[in-house]
Design a protein around this ligand. Structure first.
Ligand code: FNR
Length: 378
């Protein structure tokens, strides 16, 4: 791993080691991928102000996230099917985050269940919720998250209607999965991945197992999920969730100031400015484009978090400079996981930490609290 110097290196190894269908599932975006590209391009276009002859010998990257101490203003985002990138991927990613002193978010659509992860890590983690039509199931999931002592609920609000990813259809990432000769051949060239996934605790949606009369069958679960995304979801449902979840609540997937203002009224502690990593509304603005106006509008009333396109510590610093208190990464750690398992996730976090530290030094700042738009060149 010593020749891995940036997240793109991890991505290249991920691409080589994991079957194309799963790599593309992680890497690609919806429709023309205009928003996926904009997330990256708009971040890259932001320039820093280089400052010199400032004593930057005591740089401190620590901060607080929702009042809790964190080693870095960084969070691992919820990512569905993480356990298909590497066997028991959710457990490995959560452990890496906890060792690094940052929060990990488990997806509703994880392979390892809430209980699997809780039994294999030492500290509380965050749970991400998709509100499905079957509200009895949602209530039960929330009760499971409470029982597992999850320390925040991340309610994702941008998936009422599902954006199409062309690559997933072409790769047969359907339910049931489509098997072609080329897919078999691809899997056959990745025996380490196959063995790792087979050694893992599960190969289906861990949180849903047992819900359908005890079935572990991925086809039955997938068909059920396909009918469950709820187009009627509204702010009233957020009130309901608020009433049954006693802990910290984060609304993920806000991209509009009016929605952010509505989010304040729900009593949630935080929101995540996010377009789901360019996987939902193709043609939506990049997350970084809308971050400043949302942070200006609601930043004094709730904690503003960010995600979309972060692949380096420089990108993280750009988000902090434009008003985010912390940021989530999705693909950046998934590339590490697919490439090397848990140590790859640690590597991704280490790279971002080192790049952030260097960037702070070259911009003449010593603490996270000092980072604002003064570090940017206009
Ligand atoms: C996601 N994302 C996501 N979000 C969520 O709330 N629940 C989920 O289950 C998933 N699943 C998922 C799978 C994959 C493969 C990816 C790449 C992303 C979105 C994720 O939490 C986050 O918003 C984006 O990944 C952020 O963009 P970057 O960091 O990947 O550019």
């Amino acid at each position: 791993m010593k020749h891995i110097t940036c997240i793109e290196d991890l991505r290249q190894v991920h691409m080589r080691k994991v079957p194309k269908a799963f790599f593309d599932y992680a890497d690609r975006g919806s429709y023309t991928e205009a928003t996926l590209r904009a997330n990256r391009d708009d971040l890259q276009a932001i320039k820093f102000r280089q400052r010199v002859l400032v004593d930057v010998s005591k740089r401190d990257l620590s901060t607080r996230i929702l009042g809790e101490p964190a080693a870095l203003p960084l969070i691992l985002a919820p990512v569905g099917l993480t356990g298909m990138q590497f066997g028991d991927g959710e457990i490995h990613a959560c452990r890496a985050a906890q060792e690094a002193g940052i929060p990990y978010t488990l997806s509703t659509m994880s392979i390892c269940s809430i209980e699997d992860v809780a039994a294999n890590v030492t500290k509380p983690f965050w749970f991400q919720l998709y509100v499905m039509k079957d509200r009895g199931f949602i209530k039960a999931l929330i009760e499971r998250a409470i029982a597992a002592k999850c320390s925040a609920l991340v309610l994702t609000v941008d998936l009422q209607v599902i954006g199409q990813r062309h690559a997933d259809i072409k790769n047969g990432m359907t339910v049931p999965p489509e098997w072609t000769l080329s897919k078999f051949l691809d899997f056959a060239t990745k025996p380490a991945w196959v063995a790792g996934v087979l050694r893992g605790k599960r190969r289906t949606f861990g949180n849903l197992v047992g819900h359908l009369k005890g079935t572990d069958d991925i086809t039955a679960l997938g068909t059920w999920i396909g009918t469950q995304f709820d187009t009627t979801l509204s702010w009233k449902d957020v009130e309901w969730i608020r009433s049954i979840w006693p802990g910290k609540l984060i609304l993920k997937g806000i991209l509009d100031v009016e929605d952010a203002e509505e989010a304040v009224k729900t009593g949630a502690q935080a929101l995540v400015v996010s377009n789901h990593g360019g996987r939902q509304l193709d043609g939506a603005p990049s997350s970084i484009e809308v971050l400043p106006e949302i942070a200006d509008a609601v930043g004094s009333q709730m904690e503003v978090m960010f995600d979309g396109g972060i692949r380096s510590g420089q990108d993280l610093m750009r988000a902090l400079a434009l008003g985010a208190k912390s940021a989530m990464i999705g693909r950046a750690y998934i590339h590490g996981l697919g490439a090397f398992g848990g140590p790859g996730v640690t590597k991704a976090i280490d790279l971002i930490r080192a790049e952030l530290s260097t960037t702070m030094g070259l911009c003449g700042v010593n603490t996270i609290a000092e980072i604002d738009d003064h570090v940017l060149a206009v």
